[in-house]
Every structure is written in structure tokens, then in C-alpha cells.
Design a protein around this ligand. Sequence first.
Ligand SMILES: NC(=O)c1ccc[n+]([C@@H]2O[C@H](COP(=O)([O-])OP(=O)(O)OC[C@H]3O[C@@H](n4cnc5c(N)ncnc54)[C@H](OP(=O)(O)O)[C@@H]3O)[C@@H](O)[C@H]2O)c1
Length: 284
Amino acid sequence: MRPIADQVHLVTGATQGIGKETVRALARLGARVILAARDQARGQAVVEELRADTGNARIELALVDFASFASVRAFLDDVRARVAALDVLVNNAGGYFGRRQQTDDGHEMSFQVNHLGYFMTTLGLFDRLRAAGDARVVCVSSDAHWGGRVDFDDLDRTEGYFGYRAYATSKLMNLLFVAEAARRFPPSLTINAQHPGVVASGFGLGERGVMKAFYLVARPFLRTAAQGADTSVWLSTAPELGAVTGKYFVRRRERSTLADARDPELARRLWTESERLTGMSLPA
Ligand SMILES: NC(=O)c1ccc[n+]([C@@H]2O[C@H](COP(=O)([O-])OP(=O)(O)OC[C@H]3O[C@@H](n4cnc5c(N)ncnc54)[C@H](OP(=O)(O)O)[C@@H]3O)[C@@H](O)[C@H]2O)c1
């Protein structure tokens, strides 16, 4: 990889929680870091806070709402206009939706935000990642993927919605995406996934019900957001990982995954379906 001071990193979902701590750590290492957020005022406040805390003035804001294809496209145009080469992309933005919500594009929220968001961001910046020479993509998935199951007949979960299953499936899709991308990317571009642990962040707090109750009650016993960010930062920067791709890590250790996450036919099918739904594909 290029010297860290020459590197450009992009972290999505960086207003709070694991993403914010990922930006903090990467900025401390000296990279130029683009922090993606959906709210201008909140995003700019985090930029100012992290600039002051890290002493790195090269932290900047880009706006995106992953629940909108139009917003993601505008975001990709914005980032592409700002950077000729991107060394690290951390796909981190995501959420849990206890009740079924539908985006303006007609998709179930966790499918569009948690999976199609990663897919579009990575494919939309593929040429910028290639231009960096050696580059890395990190996808924040979850051990929740063990509870996922991809149903190609109802990707938008119109029948019998159950929030945990929707979330778990979107995190399984993250692993299928990583596996398929690792097969399709050139060796100079690696892509890996991590589970951050059960982390006291903003996660689950925007919902009513069991998930919120769990994250509130268990809070003192959970990992911190900085601990959750550690494996993302390590995957983004550790020199010994230059040739490692398509793997899943927990606390810096490679871990096994649900058999479905390793099914190449499922991964290929999800990729094809994601191409169709987003109109995006890798250059030939
Ligand atoms: N916390 C855990 O226990 C846990 C466990 C396993 C995996 N994870 C994964 O870790 C990642 C980060 O989660 P976290 O725990 O740090 O949660 P968090 O504190 O709620 O942070 C989530 C981030 O994603 C952003 N985001 C959510 N929906 C978005 C949208 N539609 N468009 C743009 N940005 C959006 C949020 O922005 P706003 O601030 O604007 O809402 C926030 O910056 C997620 O992928 C999650 O699935 C978390």
C-alpha cells in the first residue's frame, strides 16, 4: 500500500458507534479520511470533534442516505470527484429494523441499507480502489449472520416480517458479497469481513421492543465502540494482511461462517440479483 500519509480512506456510517471510532483510529494513523454520514449538521460536528481529538485536519464529510439509490449515486459522484484513488473503503453503515420499513425505491430497509448499500458503494468506487494500487475493502458483518437465510423469491420480505431474521439475512448477504467480490476482484484489491462483537453503540436503540431492551440493559457488559472498530482498523492497515481476501474475522482472528455464507452458487446469484436491482456492475 502507499505510505499512510498518502492514503485516502472512506468509512460509512461514521456519525456514531463503530464507524466513528474507525475514523478516529485511521485518522490517528495519519490517513486522509472521508467520513460518510446522512445528516450534514451531525456529520460536520463529528468531523470537527475528530479533527480536534486526532490533530488530523484531513478528515472530511460526505453525505449519503443508503435508503435511497439517488442519494447513493450522488454520494458516489461526490467521492469520485474528490479522489483519484481510494486506498481503504470500510462499509460499516447499517441498522436494525424491528418493524418492516420500505424505502422509496421499494425495497425492505435492511436489504437496501445493509446489503445493497455495501454493494453499490464498493462497485461505484471500484476504479478508484484500483487506481490506488494495493487497496482494501472491509465490510462490517455480524455473527448474527448465523440466523440468516436468503430467500430469492422474497428478498424484500413482504411475507411474515421478523426484524431479527431480516437483519441476520442482511449480514449473511454481507458475507456472500465479500466471498463473491474476492473471487471477482484482482489480487491487488482485497475484501474481508468482520464481526465487531456485541457493542454498546447506537445500534438497536432507535427501535422499540426486545432489541432495544437488550442493548439498554446489557450496556455495561458490552464491548465499546472502539473495541468493535479494532478489527476494521486492523483489516484496513495491517501489513501482514496484504494478500488475505474473502475471509471473516472476529477479534482479529479468522472464523468459520454459516455453510450458506460459503455457498458459491448463493453468492453468485445474490451478486447477479444485486446487479439487476441497482443497475451497477464491475467493468468487464
Ligand atoms: N452494535 C452491535 O452490537 C453490532 C454487532 C454486530 C454488527 N454490527 C454492525 O456494525 C455496524 C455499525 O453499527 P454500530 O453498532 O456502530 O451502530 P450505530 O451506532 O447505530 O451506527 C450505525 C451508523 O450507520 C449509519 N446509518 C444507518 N442507517 C443509515 C442510512 N440509511 N444511511 C446512512 N447511514 C446510515 C448511522 O447513521 P445515523 O447516525 O445518521 O443514524 C450510524 O452512523 C453495522 O453494520 C452493524 O450491523 C453492530
